[in-house]
Structure formats: C-alpha cells, structure tokens
Design a protein around this ligand. Structure first.
Ligand SMILES: Nc1ncnc2c1ncn2[C@@H]1O[C@H](COP(=O)(O)OP(=O)(O)OP(=O)(O)O)[C@@H](O)[C@H]1O
Length: 485
C-alpha cells in the first residue's frame, strides 16, 4: 500500500482518481491547488504524486509544483496528467523530472499501469540507495593511527586507477575491508563486488566456480568472473588456488577472456581483480606451489595491511565502533568502554586482529553485566603476554606518567609493608630507602597503617595521593608510618 497525493483542480476527477487508488488498496490524499499540494507534501512526503499540469486559479501551475518537488524531494516520483493535445508540455515535464505522464481521458488500467511502474521504480531506487549505503559501511576503515592513515592514503591512490592490487597481512587484519574500500572509491563503485575464497572452494570445482559451465540444455551457469563484470573480483586466500585454476586465471587477467567449462565460446569480461593472502607467496613460488608469472600479474600494486598490534592506538576507536554497530544491530543498550578497559585492550597482542576484537566486543555486549560502562573485569582476556606491557594494571596504563608513578609507588609500598607485617624498618631495608625517607614518602602518598585482627596493615588513606600531600591529613588511622617499628 502506498501513500499517493492526487493534485487536480477539478473536484470530480480528483475524487475519481482517489477512489480508483483506494479500490486498489492505496491510501489517497487530495489537493486542489499548488498551496494545498505543497502543504500536504511538507506535512508528510507521499510515495507518489499524481499531478495535473493545469491548476486553474492556483498560485503555481503543475510544472512549477513539479520543479519545486524535484528540487526539494527528488526521490518522490511524479506522474503528470495532461489534457488531450498537450503532449509537448507533458514531454517537457518528463524532461524536468516527472516519472511519466498520462493523457486525459484515460482508463483505470492505464492509470494503474503507470502508478504501478512509478512505485516499483521508486522502490528499486530506494533499495539501491540502501545497498550502496550498506556497501559503503562495509567498506568503512576505522582507525586514526599513523599506520592506518598511511594505509588509507595508499588505498585512495590505487582506487583511482584500475590496477590489480595484492593485499597481504595476517588473518582478520582487514584485507577484505580494504578491498571493499578500494572498490567503493573506484570508477567501478556502481558495479558488483564479488568475493571468492580460494581456501574454501573444492579444488575440483574451482574452475567451474570462477569461469562457469555449459549446461546440457545449451544454456550456461555464469562463473564469478562473469558475475563481477563491470566491477571487482576479490580473490581471498589466493595462495590456496590450485595450479590448474592458476593458469586459467593468468589468461583471464592477461586478455580478460576465458571459456566456460564444457564450452568453446570465448567470453570477454571487464573485471578488476584484487587478491589477498596471509602467506608468503614468494616462498610458495620457491617451492613451486604458486606461479611466478601469476604473482607478478596479481601484485601490480602490493599493499600490506598491518596487524592490530602494530596500531594499538586504534583499538579503543575500533572497539567503540563495534559496540555501537552491534548494539544497534542487536537492539541492545549502548555500552562504552571504561578508560581502564580500553587501556587493558591496548595491552593485548590480538593474534586474530580486528576480527578477534570485534568478536570480543560482541561477547561482552551479549554476555556482559549491562552497566553503561564496561569494566576491565568484564573483558574475556587470557593471560597477559610478557612483552606487551599487559602485566601492568589497566588503571595504571590509563594515567599520565606522574599519576601512574604515584599510584604504582603507593600500591607497591602498601604491598611491601603488608608483606613485612607492617614493619617499616624491614620494608625500608628491602626497598632500599632510609626509614625516615620512607616515612615521608608514605605520608606524601597518603598511606596509613592501622591494626586489624591483631596485625598491622597498610592501606591508602584515599585514592588521591596528591590530596594527602596538599593537606597533610593523616586520617583516622592517623599514623602515616609514624611511630612504627
Ligand atoms: N579498519 C577496520 N575498520 C572497521 N572494521 C574492520 C577494520 N578492519 C577489519 N574490520 C572488521 O574486522 C573483521 C575482519 O576483517 P576482514 O574480513 O577484512 O579481514 P581479512 O584480513 O580479510 O581476514 P582473512 O584473512 O581471515 O580473510 C570484519 O568484520 C571487518 O569488518
């Protein structure tokens, strides 16, 4: 059911058309002149406007209404009703953007055919716009690190050319997104983007998949090269391509022609190939597992997509992007990372790269506690690695050096005092400080000691060592190291 606005100065024709439309299951609104029409459109843009070209006694005639609508809301289709013998004006209206016209007098069938076509064309246009938006979104490369900016600059450059590109990088780093990014910014953006993963296709069916086959009835099944005509074919995991298919691809790349399986006709296509690998193709060439000539054809422009661990600054940005997208897609409440959780993610090594981060954010969103801020404890992390700095607490990593050092010293000294059962002399000896210097330090960091369950324990007086320094407040435990043994 569509919402259709009928604009005609003749009341009986207006009502007749509205009746016909309502009988066909549409909702019809009516306007007698240009002002009523514009008010109705502004109140709620209709799916279709049926517009009489002559509007007696109206401020604007039909052509002017058409021009205004096309300027302000170009996506609303307009069907013009013209009087008999006014073909030139009707044609001029189509040139100004009307979808079509019908001449008075017309039959119900004639009206409904034009209305049906106009609604279908507008539905397709909306659908195409939606798909293009989706493609653009899938081709979104998030990241503000220097590595990402350099990658984006290379991809932008190569997008403007028609060159073949070989993307290399570890699994999940974003090679497919990079390929989509190139396609979406290339002259082929309106053409198809077809993906084939050489590692997941049965090697015996590879040629058929890529180049199609003839059917027994004389027809043919198109292969992916044919489906990508006018667009881009993305060959993922190209290193897994069987030798037989490699030589056929080589030919398809050299002269853009091939034969379908079981056929003799030469098929010509216009396809840009972007391929990707996470393996060392040169090593495979040395082993005789990959054709060197194909490698050179594929890697006219080689581009490396860096692992996530080489661009840790992007991690909070990426994580937040996934949290936003996933919560919207799943209809879940929006959650953000606490600064400590974001810092902790930055200390991880991410062998599964961006895909692993995305999966983790999905897990947190679905299984997590649900508070607006995600706490570090909610992150499903394994043991920290030795060389990534992950041994440091997330809180410390989220602070500037001075505050981090204060916090570290406070926690470190509390742990040491408690280890030595509250004995400041032994603590001082172990940490390598004079006893008096340790006292001063404890005071400045806001560390106090108190007796609990018969044992002397140290603790932070509050969470802000600098405040303790300013006001010299010794707090309720009040000893700040003084008078201890
Ligand atoms: N820079 C990025 N911005 C936004 N999303 C990204 C980015 N990089 C990767 N992704 C997302 O991470 C996931 C993995 O990316 P992609 O499939 O492009 O990796 P790949 O390198 O092609 O992996 P594989 O080698 O396993 O095929 C996808 O969901 C993708 O949308």
């Amino acid at each position: 059911m569509a919402d259709i606005l009928v604009v005609d100065d003749e009341a009986d024709i207006r009502a007749l058309i509205a009746d016909i439309l309502e009988d066909e299951g549409h909702e019809a609104r009516m306007a007698a002149d240009a002002d009523q029409a514009m008010a109705a459109i502004e109140a709620s843009p209709p799916d279709l406007i049926i517009l009489d070209i002559w509007l007696q006694g109206s401020r604007m005639d039909g052509i002017e209404v058409l021009t205004t609508v096309k300027r302000n809301m170009p996506d609303i289709p307009v069907v013009i009703i013209s009087g008999h013998g006014n073909i030139e004006i009707a044609v001029a209206a189509v040139k100004k953007g009307a979808y079509d016209f019908i001449e008075k007098p017309f039959t119900i069938d004639q009206l409904m055919v034009v209305v049906g076509r106009a609604l279908e064309a507008s539905r397709l246009r909306r659908e195409n716009a939606r798909l293009r938006r989706q493609d653009q979104q899938a081709a979104e490369l998030i990241g503000a690190s220097a590595a990402m900016s350099a990658l984006r600059a290379k991809l932008d450059k190569v997008a403007r050319t028609g060159s073949r590109v070989l993307l290399s990088g570890p699994p999940g780093a974003g090679k497919e997104v990079a390929a989509r990014y190139i396609h979406a910014r290339s002259a082929r953006a309106d053409g198809p983007f077809v993906v084939v993963n050489a590692a997941t296709i049965d090697p015996d069916r590879m040629e058929e998949t890529l180049f199609g086959r003839m059917r027994e009835d004389g027809g043919h099944e198109p292969g992916l090269f044919e489906k990508a005509h006018g667009g881009t074919l993305f060959i993922d995991e190209v290193a897994d391509m069987p030798m037989g298919a490699q030589s056929k691809i080589l030919r398809a790349l050299v002269d853009q022609t091939f034969q379908r399986r079981g056929g003799s006709e030469t098929v010509r296509v216009d396809v840009r190939v972007i391929s990707a690998t996470n393996r060392d193709l040169e090593a495979l060439i040395a082993q005789g597992a990959f054709r060197e000539d194909l490698y050179h054809r594929l890697s006219v422009v080689p581009i490396e997509v860096p692992p996530l661990a080489a661009r840790r600054e992007d991690i909070p940005l990426l994580a937040d992007h996934f949290l936003e997208r996933l919560s919207r897609a799943e209809g879940l409440p929006r959650r953000t990372l606490s600064p400590e959780a974001a810092a902790l993610l930055q200390t991880q090594d991410w062998p599964g790269n961006v895909r692993q981060l995305r999966n983790m954010m999905e897990q947190v969103l679905i299984l997590g506690a649900g508070a607006a801020e995600i706490a570090p404890e909610e992150l499903p992390l394994g043991a920290p690695s030795a060389d990534s700095g992950a041994g440091l607490s997330a809180l410390i990593i989220s602070l500037p050096l001075r505050e981090a050092r204060d916090l570290f010293e406070r926690d470190y000294l509390i742990a040491q005092i408690n280890r030595f059962g509250g004995n400041i002399s032994r603590t001082a000896e172990f940490v390598g400080m004079e006893r008096s210097a340790l006292h001063r330090k404890l005071k400045s960091l806001g560390v106090v000691t108190t007796v609990r369950a018969g044992a002397r324990v140290a603790m932070a007086q509050n969470d802000a060592p600098s405040r303790a320094r300013e006001d010299g407040d010794e707090g309720e435990a009040g000893e700040a190291g003084a008078g201890l043994t």
